[in-house]
Design a binder for this molecule. Structure first.
Ligand code: ASP
Ligand code: MG
Length: 429
């Protein structure tokens, strides 16, 4: 008998019929002798609907008072789905109780719409579990020190579930979603993409940060910090499939330092179209330039990703970096009006038609030549690389957006990801 956390995404909670199915699945696990804590998302579309209502009432206003009300509003989506699930479980003949974040409580900081969890008091949940109940905890939300309801950012229920699993020392956190695991890349781009049976936590972190939308990145960070084993699996299997089979399905995000992990060089290809490139042309190549440009950008709360500075010619250089597309206009304006004139830069240009494509794999630590194989593959496709960045287990390139799919497909083939080898390197079957 173990303490298990289940998390159900919005699609899995999408209708009353689906909620009844979730209840049946949870009941199966409970009857097998496990203590069950369930963290649901709001019913699919509900968070969007609520946030759209706010906009309908009045145009968005970037004030703390406004964001406070957005959280107060959006948090109701999970309160409703959690109560509905408790009712469905009771109808299954189980004892079940639902709690909102503030009732647990899940304490967060006060950054409305993107709050971070600081601590979870598990006393009340433990007492209910000990009394034989299934405990349901709303995803996506908590309470700050002043008693205000906060939310954790879109997709934040994943983080709630992992944080609850960490706080309670759960044996595993099962994330039920509308895909049956983590894939070598997005199957909509590469139909041959394969489900990984296991993926290391470090790889998952890189993939989540680079556009693989399976898990909210904060949840992966949490899992890494507290070493919570997570499994991503489908909620669309029949609820009454064999429990042991279900417990082995999907993708396990693992911490095992398995020897055979060395064998797979690249585990996945990630990509995202969320960034834009900014180039400051003709800046004097003197100490402090990077600081003057990027310091101003950081002060405006804009996050910078890939950075490149070219060698100088006649004492002048070009400086490029990427930001989120939503920050492009604001950053260009800032640089043009405040930074470039001070630096005596010739010009500032922005390009939103870029994408970032990355190869990810812990095998890259122990293999040389992986990046060059990536560059050769792209050159054979005639794709020009605009920027490159690397970490120990990842190489990313920024390329023209129109070649994104071509690049992802070519790299998927180049690194044999359509072959049946999981990230452990063990041949299957
Ligand atoms: N309901 C929230 C959202 O749509 C949180 C979640 O589903 O994880 O972002
Ligand atoms: Mg989600």
């Amino acid at each position: 008998m173990a303490l298990i956390v289940h998390k159900y995404g919005g699609t899995s909670m999408g209708s009353t019929e689906r909620i009844r199915n979730v209840a049946k699945r949870v009941a199966k696990w409970h009857r097998a002798g496990h203590q069950m804590v369930v963290v649901p998302s709001a019913m699919s579309g509900e968070t969007n609907r609520l946030l759209a209502l706010a906009k309908e009432v009045a145009p968005e206003k970037p004030t703390t008072a406004y964001f406070r009300e957005l959280d107060q509003l959006a948090a109701t989506g999970e309160q409703a789905s959690s109560a509905l699930l408790a009712i469905a479980l009771q109808a299954e003949g189980l004892e079940a109780v639902s709690f909102s974040g503030w009732q647990v409580p899940i304490r967060t900081n006060d950054a409305y719409t993107k709050a971070r969890i600081e601590s979870i008091d598990d006393a009340r949940v433990k007492a209910e579990l000990a009394a034989g109940k299934v405990v349901i905890i709303t995803g996506f939300q908590g309470i700050d020190a002043e008693g205000n309801v906060t939310t954790l950012g879109r997709g934040g229920s994943d983080t709630s579930a992992v944080a609850v699993a960490a706080a309670m020392g759960a044996a595993e956190c099962l994330i039920y979603t509308d895909v049956d695991g983590v894939y070598t890349t997005d199957p909509r781009v590469v139909p041959e993409a394969r489900r990984l049976e296991r993926v290391s936590f470090e790889e998952m972190l890189e993939m989540a940060s680079m556009g693989s939308k399976v898990l909210q990145i904060r949840s992966v960070e949490f899992a890494g910090k507290y070493r919570v084993p997570i499994r991503v699996l489908s909620s669309f299997t029949s609820w009454d499939i064999d429990l042991n089979e279900e417990a082995r399905s999907g993708t396990l995000i693992t911490f095992e330092d398995d020897e055979s992990m060395e064998q797979a060089v690249v585990s996945g290809i990630a990509f995202n179209r969320d960034e834009a490139k900014i180039t400051v042309l003709g800046v004097p190549d003197t100490p402090g330039i990077a600081y003057q440009i990027l310091g101003a950008v950081a002060d405006a709360n804009v996050e910078v990703d890939v950075i490149i500075q070219n060698i100088s010619k006649d004492g002048k250089t070009d400086f490029s970096f990427t930001v989120h597309r939503n920050d492009l206009a604001k950053t260009l304006d800032l640089l043009k009006t405040q930074v470039a004139p001070k630096l005596g830069a010739a010009e500032v240009v922005g390009d939103a038609r870029i994408c970032k494509v990355s190869i990810v794999g812990i095998g890259m630590r122990s293999h040389v030549g992986v990046a060059s194989r990536m560059f050769r593959c792209l050159s054979e496709e005639g794709i020009n690389i605009q920027m490159i960045s690397t970490s120990e287990i990842k190489t990313s390139v920024v390329i023209d957006e129109k070649y994104m799919e071509l690049a992802v497909r070519a790299l998927h083939r180049e690194f044999d990801l359509d072959q049946p080898i999981d990230s452990l390197g063990a041949k299957q079957g």
